[in-house]
Ligand binder design. Sequence first.
Ligand SMILES: [Zn+2]
Length: 433
Amino acid sequence: MKHNLCILLFLVFKANTFAQKDIPSKIKYYINKAEKYLDKEKALSGYYSIDKEGIKIYSSPQDKANQKAEFTVSWLLSDYLDDKIQNHTTQQMFDIYFKTGIFKFPEGEYPDAVYIKKNPNAKKLEGIRIAIDPGHIANDFTMGDLEKKHIIIKGDSINGIKDSIEIAEGMLTFATAKLLKDKLEKEGAIVFLTRTADKCAFGKTFSQWKKHDFKNTLDSLFKIGELKSSQKKYFLSSKVKERDIFRVIFRDLELAKRVELINTFKPDYTVIIHFNVDESNLEWKKTTSKNFNMCFVAGAFMKNDLSNKEKRFEFLRLLVSDDLEKSIALSSFFTKQFELELQVPIAKTGDAKYLLEGCLPSEAEGVYCRNLQLPRYIHSPVVYGETLYQDNINECKLLYEETDKTKNKRIQQVAEAYFNGIMNFANTIKKSP
Ligand SMILES: [Zn+2]
């Protein structure tokens, strides 16, 4: 993944907001944005500067002290590169960017990616491209076990659970995505799913991938130095554990494939669907009384998260594009709908340890910046939804219903909440000229 980013660069200023603003206002805005959303531990100031010349990124604090910028984005450049940017591949953009060390940003007008067509007869989402990523891959409990996204709650007469309850998150996320896709398409949206019910983003099952691609993948990783020879030996041995193949080799590469597919699709918006659990109820063999909704967006880089050029580049992209602002805006509509339609509260910072320790809260209730792989590398506004605790005493019973989860009433409610969130958000976007 790290060396093969497939990214559509979409680097534009918030022209509508900033076209009229002076440089001191821009400086103030971007400093505040970096501190508020991106720099979780307040430890990254050695890697960037924002001043009257523009935004600069440094590969180390020493380089900053020596004023040796790795990338520079000037405020004053007027070349309108938007179209060119959109029509270049990631590799081309990286080449241009790294060769010159300077990237030019347009200052001119830039139409919003999402708009409602003027034609009153047009459907609300006509022509809007939405990527949906159903989290995880399990289509059965065996795969759910392997990816550790499988909960089994034993029958419990006190809590009114007659038989054991089994839930694989990957089945819930896919059913939600499928229902949401159908609803969005009825409103005219062009929708892309990163996987099918039983096949991962590589277009095959994990077993098929293991059979056909695993060995070649080991060779490639070894060649680029991502795998030591001792590790390669282990993975080729008969002692290798299935779980290790999944966890160490497959998982991140498959996520990278999702990023590649989504960025190739060039979405206006991306929605990543997950279902949550109570983190303090580890192993998830019993129920919890807790239940919350939340959404994640990109940001909250930790102090070691700018260790390579690709990551520093994404930091810069998130800073200067308005993907993050749009992600937060869309998320705020989701969390509101989740609370309203699912009757489950929005999580506050104190409701889970990772919200406090791994995230930066945005100004929107229940919307947190978090340095997750997908939001970091997907080049569109992107929301990572985490609805419901699957191990909650009531939810587990509701989510267990129906083998075909698209027929599950609770899943249908979740899909409806996502859908209404998007529709309410679309209603707030100004009409196109
Ligand atoms: Zn998940």
